[in-house]
Design a protein around this ligand. Structure first.
Ligand code: GDP
Ligand code: FE
Ligand code: FE
Ligand code: FE
Length: 186
């Protein structure tokens, strides 16, 4: 799929505010590739498509988890916010016929992170966290770090997310801890 088609596809699937976020994530990811390298074409396509499933009915995403062997049912116990990344990757494969694992894995891990993140996965994860529309203090802090140290920026974003979720007494998906520990121990 080329970028023009990908942008058209998500423009139809997303509300305007979410589409504008997507455009900014793609620009931010491009900036990060300028600093850290990575496959620009794949990273941009993953960024364009990363929130493809964001507005799907929760019931449809939950049903997909229950019926799809690739999606562990355990993910249903960690809040509905995480579903669009994992289920989104499956929808993108099934509906848009994208099979490239580099692209799909960036989409899958963009919300929670995961252990052993690739350069491409780190860039999409971070771009989503620091795009200019994210105006909370922690995003500003991570944005500064992102100019110099990709891994430290990911670690800081993951630590912030864990703090945020635990302050609200929300469940935290194990992949988020795995990603955090992975960056700490590096
Ligand atoms: P967005 O889709 O562009 O809004 O950004 P994300 O894909 O990063 O999703 C952000 C939402 O997922 C926020 O509400 C986060 O607090 C939430 N989130 C991220 N990681 C976890 C997790 O491990 N557990 C839970 N329950 N929520 C999470
Ligand atoms: Fe998302
Ligand atoms: Fe399942
Ligand atoms: Fe996003």
């Amino acid at each position: 799929m080329n970028e023009v088609t990908a942008f058209e596809t998500v423009q139809k699937a997303l509300k305007p505010i979410r589409y504008e976020h997507t455009v900014r994530v793609t620009e931010e990811a491009t900036r990060l590739v300028g600093i850290y390298g990575g496959n620009l074409e794949k990273i941009r396509l993953a960024a364009i498509l990363h929130d493809y499933a964001k507005h799907r009915p929760i019931i449809e995403m939950r049903r997909k988890v229950q019926t799809c062997d690739k999606l562990p049912n355990a993910m249903l116990d960690y809040g509905d916010e995480i579903l669009h990344s994992f289920v989104g990757a499956v929808f993108i494969e099934e509906e848009l016929f994208i099979t490239d694992e580099t692209i799909l894995s960036c989409i899958r891990s963009h919300t929670t992170g995961k252990v052993s993140m690739s350069l491409e996965e780190k860039i999409v994860f971070l771009a989503d966290y620091i795009e200019p529309g994210r105006t909370f203090r922690q995003a500003e802090e991570v944005r500064k770090i992102s100019d110099e140290n990709l891994d430290l920026a990911c670690l800081t974003a993951l630590g912030n997310t864990i703090q945020y979720l635990s302050n609200k007494q929300l469940p935290i998906y194990p992949d988020t801890f795995a990603a955090y520990n992975d960056f700490v121990l590096r």
